[in-house]
Design a binder for this molecule. Sequence first.
Ligand SMILES: [Zn+2]
Length: 572
Amino acid sequence: MKLPLLFILFAGAYLKLNAQHIYSGNKYPLTDFRRPLDITPPALAGSFGELRANHFHSGIDFRTNQRQGYPVYAIADGYISRLRVQNSGFGLALYINHPNGYTSVYGHLQRFNPKIAREVKALQYQKKSYEIDEFPNALLIPVHKGEIIAYSGNTGSSGGPHLHFEIRDTKNEATINPQFFGIDIPDDIPPVIYAIYSYRLGHRPFNEFTPKQLHQVTGSAGNYRLSGPALQLSGETGFGIVTTDRHNGASGLNGVYSIELQLDGTPVCISALERFQFENSKAINAHIDYPAWLNTKRSIQKSFVDPGNPLGIYSNLVNNGRMLFNDGKLHELKYIVTDAKGNKSSLSFQVQAGADDAPLPAAGSSGQPAFSYATANEYNTEDIRVIIPKGSLYDDLSFVYKKLPNSAAGAYSGIHQVHNKLTPLHNGFQLWIRADAVPEKYREKALIVNTNRVSQGGAYEDGYIKTSPRNFGSFFIALDTIAPSVSPLNISEGKRMAGLSKMSFRISDNLSGIKSFNGYIDGRWVLMEFDTKTAGLWHTFDENTGPGKHRLELVVTDMKDNTRNYSITFYR
Ligand SMILES: [Zn+2]
C-alpha cells in the first residue's frame, strides 16, 4: 500500500527539483526556508533577474494586495546581521544570517518589530542620523524561523506596496534566485516571445551603428515561429530576443530565467539568471541592446556577448554567440526560453546563409582615438581631461569628443561632448573641466551638470572642476549658491500640535541635491525621517516633547554646503 504512494511523492520531488535546477550545477537547500509572507497564493510583482534600468532585479517582489502592514517572517533561524535605513534604495531593510551559509534580505519595510525598532531608534539618536547601516553581532538580535521581524511597506525607491526579498550567499554576497530554495511560486505559464532581431556584426564591436533587422514572431502557449520565410543573412551575425514571463494570478510582466540559442542543434549562447554579483549588475547594459533601450525603451536581450561584459550568467558560448553565415547553406536555428519554474517556450527558424564575409567598414569617421576595452584610456585637450578606468568599457570604442560654445544661463564653461550616452559604461569615468571662467570666490560652489542640468557633482582641483559621471554625455560647469527650500505641510507659527502625531515638511534643492538635514526641538537633536521619492521630511512626536511651548529648528544643507536654517514655535 505504501510503496506506490512513496514512489509518487519521490517522483514529484525529483521532477520539481530538476525543473528548479535547469542550467545550474549548484545545489541549494530546498527545505530550510519558509516564505517571508503568509499571503496565499504567493504572487510576484517582480521576478529575480528581471530587466530594470541599469540593473538586474536582485530579488523577488512579493505582491501585498496594494496594501502595507502584512507581517514579515524570518524564513529560518538566524540573527539580524544588518540593519539598514535609507532615504531611497530599500528604505527600511533587514538582513538575517542563517547557519546554512545564506543571508535573507527584506526591503521596503513599513516598520520593524518593536524590539528591532527600539534598537534602530537608539542607533539613529546615537549617530544623529536617519540613515543608518549597522552590522550587529550574532548575539544582539537572534531570530527564530517564523518570528515576525517587520511589516511590509513601500519605503525607499518603491513604486507601490510590496515586499522585496533576496537570498544571498553569505560568504561573497552573490544574490541567488530565491525560487531555487524551495520557495514555491505557482506558475505554469510559459514565457512569451515577441520578436527577434538579427545584427550584422561584421567583425566589429556592437554599437548604435550595428545594422539590425526586426523579425516578427507569431504563435502562443510555448510554440512560436517567424512570420516570414527563411532569413537571408550574410557574414558575422548575432541575434537578440524580446521575451517576458507571466505568472499565475499576476497581471504584470516578469523576467524570464534562461535564454538558449542553438545553431544547427548546438547551443551557441545560453544566459541563465541563477545568481549574480552586485558589482556586475550594471552590465545589464551590455546584456541588452542598450542603444535600442535608450531610444525606444524596448529590451532586446542579446545572444552574443561583448568581450568586456563581466556577467557570469553565460554558458556554452561558441565564438561569444557570433555566428558566421558564409557557406551558402540553409541553417536551423532555435531559441529556447524558460522561466524559473521550468516552463518553456521555443522558436525555430531557418537562415539561408550568403557567401559574403566582408568585414563592415569601421563605424564613425576616421582619425578618432581607438580605445580598447581591455585597458584604461585617457584623453586630454587644453580644456578637459577624461580617464576611463579599465573595466568600464564593454567593447572597443572609436571615441568622439567635441567642444561647443555655451550660451546657457549660469554656464561657466563651454559644452563638452564626451562621446555620447548610447555607449554604456560599467564604472563611469573621471572628468576634469578647466574652470578659468569660474570667479575665485565661487570655486567651492562650482559643479558639473549635463545638458539636462542634472548635477554630476564635482569639486575644484588645481584649476579644474573634477567629477566622475556614470555615463558619457554633454557637460558644462554651473554654480550652486542657493540653499535648499523648506515648506511646512501641517505646521505654522504658534500652532497647537497636541492632537497631531507628527509634523511634516517638504524639502528640496535647486541643483546639487540635499546632503544633510537635522532637526532640533528646544536645542535637542530629534529624529527627522526622510523619503526621497516624495521629498517628505517628518518628525514623529514622542514622550520627550511634553505639553507646552516648543521651538523647532531645521538645518538643511546641500552638496555645495549652502545651508537653510528654518525655525518655528509650536505648542503641545
Ligand atoms: Zn524588488
